[in-house]
Design a protein around this ligand. Structure first.
Ligand code: ADP
Ligand code: MG
Length: 491
């Protein structure tokens, strides 16, 4: 897990041609390949797969962005450095270039002798060994013209693997083969690579071999498609790719057009969603009232967990915002459950964690200059509480402990006369907050706050000491901080 990546690409762009003829074929590529991984790049012809492979293979200069092989940056690397890096590769292409006047073992030995200090005898032994391992023990003296397509490709494979490279680069290695020999070659490749700890990066649009890969990445118009595993682990740090193999259902990407409902309040819950693109809005729908906007979410945030964890009914409606195309990863209940089980957390831990994550991302937007670690701590001090009709939230004379934000419902503020009789002063509703003045002046409440008789109240509370600490951290007045908190919670 902690081994350094074999390949690490960041913000890579690539252009063919110069001047007026200059055209971009790769856009903002980010990719990491770990030791021993088998990664398949797939996508339509002309999408840039071979170009990317040849950049990784040091066959073209890297001009924009960063491409590191085993820690060596290729951009601006000297020819000598490139040669050293190339020694870690085995390269296989569609039309494998065997030398026609050399027989099978001599072809393999050719790639060995380029860098090997082995004696001629040892080189022969090694070549025969690997040809035998690949099922060509009885063909070592055959010339390429006497071998079938599948057999030639296996000789090429032996040549690519004989140096025990850390990375095998393969460009459409099965394109010229029938299904059976194609799968045989890839199966051998996978087995030998795994035995030797080599990573494989294979370009193919041969759908018959995709199942060999640990990871499939699509390339379209010069851009890498989403790596779903990575997207999921951003939202769920406990997520482990191996879990995908334990359940029948796989995460899927779904698209919604502007305004379309993704989940409907009251409906049974089936999926957990991670937002990939666009903005969604979360609404609470109450009888005889217009829907109330609870939250807007963007990329990396998630929804749908509450319904899955608590009772199976959707507690809110989520839909694509106006003018926003939305893409989500949908994770089915069994897979979500597997993730929960694997992480060893209880569902209330998860809810709390999710809540905290959402809050810290809100806070990070409101207070961009404050350290995220601190804001995460602030987020842990935020709670959502519910009060029934007529209940007191604070009473006059009490010392203030919390800052309150009303999420839904209404409260009345009550003053007292000299006999202790309470009088209605005014009311507050969703979006309002209270407790701030008392926290700042450190004076006890002079008024009481009570939920209206026909209302249920949902409030978000923030610990008063954290609020004051935040004010001092932001180096701004309490009102500005409060205003920011109010706006972010209203969002
Ligand atoms: P793929 O392997 O996915 O089929 P390529 O990487 O071969 O795609 O090609 C990506 C794009 O770059 C295509 O539009 C192709 O026409 C163009 N291209 C490939 N090689 C060259 C080159 N040597 N000079 C200019 N354009 C090229
Ligand atoms: Mg190609």
């Amino acid at each position: 897990m902690s081994m350094p990546p074999i390949v690490s690409i960041q913000n890579l762009n690539y252009f063919y041609g110069k001047g007026d003829l200059k055209s971009q074929v790769l856009y903002d590529i980010n990719l990491e390949i770990k030791p021993g991984e088998f990664v398949i790049l797939t996508g339509p012809s002309g999408s840039g797969k071979s170009t990317l492979l040849s950049l990784i293979g040091c066959l073209r200069p890297v001009n924009h962005g960063s491409l590191k092989i085993l820690g060596q940056e290729l951009k601006e690397a000297t020819p000598n450095q490139l040669t050293l890096v190339r020694r870690n590769f085995g390269y296989i292409t569609q039309a494998s270039n065997l030398i026609e006047f050399l027989n099978a073992w001599q072809n393999v030995q050719m790639s060995l002798s380029v860098q090997s200090k082995l004696s001629a005898q040892k080189q022969y032994q090694r070549s025969v060994e690997i040809l035998t391992a690949i099922g060509l023990g009885d063909r070592i003296n055959h010339y390429p013209s006497d071998l079938s397509g599948g057999q030639r490709q296996r000789v090429a494979l032996a040549s690519a693997l004989v140096n025990q490279p850390q990375l095998v680069l393969a460009d459409e290695p099965t394109a010229a083969l029938d299904k059976k020999s194609g799968r045989n070659v890839v199966a051998l490749m996978q087995r030998l690579a795994k035995q030797r700890g080599s990573a494989i990066l294979m370009v193919t649009h041969d759908s018959r071999i995709l199942d060999f890969a640990d990871r499939i990445i699509s390339v379209e118009d010069g851009r890498l498609g989403r790596d779903l595993d990575q997207e999921i682990s951003i939202a769920l740090p406990e997520f482990d790719e191996a879990l995908l193999k334990t359940t029948e259902t796989q995460p899927t990407v779904l698209s919604y057009s502007s305004g379309e409902v993704i989940i409907q309040q009251g409906d049974p819950a089936h999926n957990f969603y991670i937002l990939l693109e666009g903005i969604v809005e979360v609404f609470q729908e109450n009888l005889n009232q217009p829907p109330k906007l609870l939250a807007r979410m963007k990329r990396g945030e998630y929804f749908g967990e509450i319904g899955l964890l608590q009772g199976g009914k959707r507690t809110a409606t989520v839909r694509a915002a106006k003018d926003s195309e939305v893409k989500v990863v949908a994770i089915s209940q069994p897979l979500f459950q597997a993730i929960m089980n694997h992480s060893g957390l209880t569902s209330s831990d998860i809810v709390r964690q999710l809540h905290r994550r959402t809050m810290s991302s809100y806070l990070a937007r409101a207070f961009p200059k404050i350290k995220p670690g601190y804001l995460e701590n602030v987020a842990t001090q935020i709670n959502v509480l519910r009060y029934g009709a007529n209940s007191y939230i604070v009473q006059s004379g009490e010392q203030a402990q919390y800052l309150y934000f009303i999420l839904s419902g209404q409260v009345e503020i009550l003053t007292q006369d000299s006999q202790g009789q309470e009088f209605y002063s005014h009311s507050l509703s969703s979006g309002d907050c209270f407790g701030d003045k008392e926290l700042i002046t450190k004076q006890p409440y002079s008024k009481s706050v009570r939920v209206l008789s026909d209302s249920e109240l949902e409030v978000m509370t923030l610990s008063g000491s954290i609020f004051l600490d935040l004010v001092s951290k932001v180096e701004s007045d309490a009102n500005t901080v409060l205003q920011k908190l109010v706006t972010l919670i209203q969002k």
